[in-house]
Design a protein. Structure first.
Length: 311
């Protein structure tokens, strides 16, 4: 850690640690209920974020949703985010048996991923997890089931919080790599050595990249997901997770999207676009089917244009 953390960073860290400690005093469902009560207050006060989420939902769905239905989508999305935060804080307390109850399709999902690894000749896979359900819990469930899984996270400005979040995420052995120099090579080597790379593909890229149809518009998405699959000669495996009620989840795993190298170097760009478009199309359909399951509060709205001068 470089230097002494700022006062506001220390305060934020201590508050979150205290909240995590407090919530872990209660049984799982009681902790969710407490978060729900606090969440109602926070949601009522977060006027700007709430309006922006509603604008996004109406932009995508238009008149197909009534105002009441659109507001319901925004609230459930917010509530699910709170529930996911509670689960992250206590993620290491969940046993494999707990997770099998919470995710009834877990064993079938693991077999599906293992079959994909086998078909890839022992190399790993790129696991495409959209912002639905609890993506951190999905990664943890894979790790505790014995799959060598890892992900990449951007380093937060608050180094104390950065360490705490990574500790929670890696509660069951899921490796978290901080984005930085040498990250690309490390990711590629891990995939080639049989590890599962979990990635969130449904966020807007900081710099101009692939324009792909998404949510009724065009989203500027990073080609990293497709590039790793292409370079390592492994499939992208789309997996959609949905929260059912409070404490149960449904996993829907789709057919793997395999890279095609027959076009050679000349066709590489088109192939990366095809892989991305195919995967995002699956996610798009899942969001349209159950819009309340998606996270509508990302600071970077996925359909916002990107400054072409960047990158």
């Amino acid at each position: 850690m470089s230097g002494t953390p700022k006062f506001k960073h220390r305060l934020e860290y201590r508050l979150v640690r205290a909240l995590g400690w407090f919530l872990n005093l209660f049984p799982y469902r009681c902790a969710l209920a407490f978060a729900l009560v606090i969440g109602r207050v926070v949601y009522a006060l977060s006027v700007g974020r709430r309006r922006e989420a509603l604008r996004r939902v109406k932009l995508v769905f238009g008149d197909s949703l009534t105002d009441r239905e659109a507001r319901g989508v925004c609230w459930i999305s917010f509530r699910n985010t709170l529930f996911s935060a509670v689960e992250m804080m206590r993620i290491s307390d969940f046993t494999l048996d707990d997770l099998r109850v919470m995710l009834p399709e877990l064993n079938e999902c693991i077999k599906h991923l293992e079959n994909c690894i086998k078909k890839a000749g022992g190399r790993g896979v790129v696991l495409a997890l959209p912002h639905m359900g609890n993506w951190d819990l999905a990664g943890s469930a894979c790790a505790i089931s014995g799959l060598p899984i890892f992900s990449v996270a951007a380093k937060q400005r608050n180094e104390l919080m950065n360490g705490l979040m990574n500790k929670w995420r890696s509660g069951h052995g899921m490796d978290i790599i901080e984005r930085g120099g040498g990250t690309l090579r490390q990711i590629l080597e891990r995939i080639k050595n049989g590890q599962v790379f979990a990635i969130l593909p449904d966020t807007r890229s900081f710099t101009p990249d692939l324009l792909v149809p998404f949510l009724g518009g065009e989203a500027n998405l990073a080609r990293g997901m497709a590039w790793f699959a292409y370079a390592a000669e492994v499939p992208v495996v789309p997996l959609v997770m949905r929260r059912i009620g409070w404490t149960r989840f449904k996993i829907t795993f789709h057919d793997p999207v395999w890279p095609d190298h027959t076009g050679g170097k000349e066709g590489k760009s088109d192939e990366l676009r095809r892989i991305t478009k195919k995967t995002i199309g699956i996610i798009d359909a899942a969001i349209h089917e159950t819009p309340e399951q998606w996270f509508w509060y990302n600071k970077r709205w996925v359909l916002d244009p990107v400054d072409s001068k960047r990158g």
